[in-house]
Design a protein around this ligand. Structure first.
Ligand SMILES: [Zn+2]
Length: 190
């Protein structure tokens, strides 16, 4: 008897989850959000993000951009809630100092958070090794983007296009003269 009730309970729970998370309405809402977030990105980055999304769509996923550009205020608010780094490439003004192989660089660039509209970060997507995250990382890295899923503090939805300007010459290591690409003005979606 209790097994039967358990099954009914699970069915109701599953139905509620399907209705809320995977509903056409929810997906349509997220697709509208995705369009606005995509519009906030610079052309060169948006083109690559769209290629990544199209590959995922072909694999049967429903990718949407949940976050593109953020204002410093949005970033601060999210960081206070424990989401995202204090300094993030989602914010135009961000200039981060990063260290690699005896060198220090000023990092600038852009970022996007891509999720499947049916799950976002819930259900099967709570597993950081969920197939969607793995395929997102592969599709992004194949196109030269950095994937947050490789970070110590794994951020599996996050992809970024970063530019590095070397600032300190090391005794060891070879100088990396990758030209610094200035990032032109972009628009912000509130
Ligand atoms: Zn992100």
């Amino acid at each position: 008897m209790s097994n039967f009730l358990g099954d009914v309970g699970r069915q109701i729970q599953k139905k509620a989850l399907d209705q809320d998370k995977g509903s056409d309405e929810q997906i349509a809402k997220l697709e509208r959000r995705s369009k606005a977030q995509l519009a906030s990105l610079e052309d060169h980055f948006r083109i690559v993000v769209l290629q990544v999304m199209s590959e995922l769509t072909n694999n049967g996923w429903k990718p949407v951009v949940f976050w593109g550009v953020r204002t410093p205020e949005q970033q601060e608010k999210l960081h206070d809630k424990g989401v995202g780094a204090k300094k993030s490439l989602h914010v135009h003004e961000t200039q981060k100092i990063v260290h690699r192989a005896g060198w220090s660089y000023v990092q600038t660039g852009e970022a996007a958070d891509i999720v499947d509209a049916r799950y976002l970060w819930t259900g099967p997507a709570e597993d950081l090794n969920f197939r969607f995250w793995v395929e997102l990382g592969e599709a992004a890295e194949r196109r030269g983007l950095e994937w947050g899923g490789r970070w110590t503090n794994r951020d599996v939805a996050h992809v970024q296009c970063a530019h590095y300007e070397p600032i300190i010459k090391s005794k060891k290591g070879k100088r990396d003269d990758t030209p610094y690409q200035a990032v032109p003005n972009r628009t912000v979606v509130a």
